[in-house]
Unconditional design. Sequence first.
Length: 366
Amino acid sequence: MATSEVSAGMRETTLVAPDATARHWSLEPAARPGSEVPAPPAARAWRTRARLGHLDAWRASLQQLSHYDPDYLYDPGYEYESDWTTDPDYRVDGVRRYGYNGEGFLSPTGSFHNPFMVLMLWSLCEALGHRVAREPDLYFSTSISETLDWRTEEGHLRYMVSPDLAVMPPSWTLPEPRERTSDERIIRLDAGDPSPEMLVEILSPSTGYVDLGDKMALYAALGVAEYLLVEPGDHLRDSNMWLFRLHPEDGYLPAGDGSQPFVDACGVSLRLHRPDLKDTPVLQWLDTATGRWRYYEDDLKREGATEANLRFLDRILPDLSPSDRQRIEAHWLQTGVPDDVADRILDAGQRPDAWQAILRIPVMGG
């Protein structure tokens, strides 16, 4: 923004009240998704200051949004539009989250962020049980915000944050494998709910400074024992994870010296694995019972392949005992279905007495 434009804008902000019948310039975002004109930090700061100068008009514009929530603490430091926002804690279906990159352009945080987060959720649920919540509403006492001086641009004390993932104590484990409802993702630390054992944030260029600064200080003040930061990476950046553990006197300190390719979080070894340089990374967890690194999508594929080939096996070897069938199923789930399994099953049908050797199923106790 040119100096003359800034000066003219500030004169308008100071001297001219918004027209009740027209949208005031200060209510417009600094830039829009897809814009070819960047919005540097200074331009965004001017827009924030302008909104602060016309708070009543700004609040009235928010109330016109179809997704307006009267209970949410809107911050004039962010943009709120009909179908997008730059507020990282604003979680409303149909409202896409954007962030300003280093060049000042808006880029979506949800195009890769959301599917990666969902796959992380299910892998953590497999490893730790269904006590993991995606994008929970984490409420806390404003006394903590006052101590940390964590406020909106308007000066209001913050009382809610929405981390990407929260690992709750075992008492919060769901009895069935499903995702939590909206109500089940509300955590009221200010009303006696237990503190999460671990919080996870997925880094992006627009939120990294918040996740490493304000949120880290907040989560330490809330007594969250472990804080996991995940950098998914892309074709230009490597993927990485950093685990921090809370220490009574020193706050969060890095867990380990970074020499290991994995982290031990909530008692489980976790690592990011990229099968191919062109693929997105996956979160794997170490199954100590089998010694295998597992992840959700791979387990789904194994279960599907195992079930399909068991049905084929039932047709070829209908007299197989239930216990033997269970042994075959367990072995395939652990090691994967062999590439030539169909040929082996057909061969076992010709020599049913030798099915165990043909299918290469270990002898019980062996």
